[in-house]
Design a protein around this ligand. Structure first.
Ligand SMILES: Nc1ncnc2c1ncn2[C@@H]1O[C@H](COP(=O)(O)OP(=O)(O)OP(=O)(O)O)[C@@H](O)[C@H]1O
Length: 304
């Protein structure tokens, strides 16, 4: 059963004195259960709006939304107890300890105190649980927020840009925590981020948003492997002569530290043949994968 299904979802925000702002434009999104699903897109691409629609915080103008196999918003009361979310920095009492803050939340939600200890354990805050919230580092505050979202042992945990504003140490802690949660198997994590590296390092699957649509989705490796640059790196004994031959054959060639970079347009066989026909024998030919950054930029580039 998918954790999230969205079909043809559109949402515009009305703005006073201006035309409506289209935030979601015929969005199709599928998040299978289990692991960490990265939800990647530049600022303004519609990630937060998608999450708001999912959690019933705003209503879509059209389309179908299902969360844990229940329609949204009608079926939300049946699943809300299985969904944890960290959408904004959560509000805690600054003068209370982390543990006391969580206990209050657990009591309000009718959850047993044992859940507080389990959640503190998962986010690795037990040792500091009796310190006041206001003395926590930003990373610890964020982990306490995740602990709060974990109190009800959610089947789906939604984290909207959890690393925003954190220092490198905090980012690392939150990243490790998300990895642990994904490996645990009982929780599906939907992790939204505009940071490619964050998604690359923790997510199994990724959906890429641009301009209110999902433009690519699948296992992280596949989505990115499908974006090979079409370039090849070649090493030959006589670099200058080989470059001249390839240029004459119509290839764009540049020299690198250890060989030639050839824009082969996905036809590495032709590079090999042209070189061999002119008596240049390859020592090495390696396809150059598009790095994640350029794949992401190419996917999300504004066509306008
Ligand atoms: N309450 C609102 N009123 C008007 N426009 C809005 C509102 N919320 C979002 N938008 C617009 O909708 C579009 C999508 O915004 P959204 O916040 O969903 O994107 P995002 O990918 O989460 O980006 P960010 O990371 O910057 O929050 C943007 O153009 C944004 O300016």
């Amino acid at each position: 059963m998918p954790a999230v299904e969205m079909h043809a979802v559109s949402k515009s925000y009305r703005r006073r004195g201006k035309p409506p702002q289209k935030a979601l434009d015929d969005l199709h999104l599928l998040v299978e259960s289990g692991g960490v699903h990265g939800f990647l897109g530049p600022n303004g691409s519609g990630k937060t709006t998608t999450i708001r629609v999912l959690l019933g915080l705003v209503r879509a103008d059209s389309g179908d939304v299902r969360l844990l196999d229940r329609p949204v918003p009608a079926g939300l009361p049946q699943v809300v107890g299985s969904v944890g979310a960290l959408v904004e920095t959560p509000l805690f009492f600054p003068g209370f300890s982390g543990r006391r803050n969580l206990r209050l939340l657990a009591e309000t939600a009718g959850l047993p105190g044992t859940r507080v200890e389990e959640a503190l354990e998962v986010v690795d805050l037990r040792e500091r649980a009796d310190d006041r919230f206001k003395g926590y580092s930003l990373g610890m505050k964020q982990r306490l927020g995740i602990a709060a979202a974990l109190l009800k042992h959610p089947r789906l945990l939604v984290l909207d840009e959890p690393s925003n504003g954190l220092d490198p140490a905090g980012i690392k802690d939150v990243r490790e925590l998300i990895r642990r949660l994904g490996a645990d198997g009982s929780t599906t994590v939907l992790l939204s981020s505009h940071l490619l590296a964050e998604i690359e390092q923790v997510a199994d699957h990724v959906s890429i948003m641009a301009r209110g649509r999902c433009i690519a989705s699948g296992p992280v490796r596949e989505v990115l492997a499908g974006r090979s640059s079409g370039d090849v790196r070649v090493r030959v004994p006589d670099r200058a002569a080989a470059a001249a031959v390839l240029t004459a054959a119509g290839f764009r060639v540049s020299s690198t530290d250890d060989g030639l970079l050839v824009a082969a347009g996905g036809a590495p066989g032709r590079v090999t043949r042209v070189l061999a026909e002119h008596g240049h024998y390859l020592e090495e030919l390696t396809p150059v994968a598009a790095d994640l950054e350029s794949a992401f930029l190419a996917l999300t580039a504004d066509p306008a």
